[in-house]
Design a protein around this ligand. Sequence first.
Ligand SMILES: *Cc1c(COP(=O)(O)O)cnc(C)c1O
Length: 248
Amino acid sequence: MKNTQEIALRLTEVRSRIARACARANRNPSEVRLLLATKTVDIPRIKAVLELGETLIGENKVQELKEKGPSLVNTVKEAHFIGHLQSNKIKDVLKWVSCIQSIDRLSLAQKLQRRLEYENRSIEVLIQVNTSYETSKFGVAPEKAIELIKEVAVLKNIKIKGLMTIGLFSADEQKVRKCFKVLKNVQQEVRHLQIPNVTMDELSMGMSGDLEIAIEEGATIVRVGTSIFGERAYPDSYYWNEEKEIRS
Ligand SMILES: *Cc1c(COP(=O)(O)O)cnc(C)c1O
C-alpha cells in the first residue's frame, strides 16, 4: 500500500484519467463521481484523500465498516456499501452508509425494508447486476433484473436510484465493454417502464482497470481502489465470492 504522498499523486492521475475519458465521450466530468474503494485501506490514508477534497467512499465488508465507521463519520461526506450483504448484517450497515449498491435479491430487500420501518427511515440503493454471468460474482442476472426491480419498488422505504455492476476482468476490451452496455440497456428498459418509486440516474460501473470504458458507456459513479491506494494484500475473490453458498 502506498504512502499518503504517493496516494495524492495517484489520485491526481485518476482524476485526469476520468477527465480524459469524459472528454473523449463528450461528457461533462461533473456527471461522473469518483467513489474511493477503501477496503483494507487504513484510516490515516483514507483521511489523506478526504483532505484532498474527495467526498465519497465505499466499503465491502461489514466488519471493516464497523471498525472504521466511528473514525470516519465526521470526516467522510458520503459512504456507500459496495460488498455482498448478508441480511443479518443489515443493521450494522445502516448505521454508516447512505446507499447500499449491492441489492441483488428480494429476500434481502424485504429484510432491509423491515429494518427501515423499525428505524423509521429510508435508504437509497442500487441493484447489483451480474453482467459478466460469472458464477463467482454476485448480482441478479440481467434478464431477471426488471422483475427484481419491480418487486423492490413496492418496498416504500427503499429508494432505487440505479444499477451497479462489476465488469468482466479481461484484457479483451470488447468483452468488458459489453458488460457495461448490458447495464445501460437494463437502465433504459427500466426507465421506459416508469416504475413508481424508482429512478435510474445512477450507473455505478468501472474500476481501476476499466474506468475509461465504463465512462464511455455511461457510468455516473466509478469505484476506484488500486489505482489510488496501491495493490491490496488479499485477492478480490476474497471480497467477491466469499461463501456464496451461505448467502441468506
Ligand atoms: C475493490 C472494489 C472496487 C475497486 O477495485 P480496484 O480494481 O481496486 O479499483 C470496485 N468495486 C467493488 C465492488 C470492489 O469490491
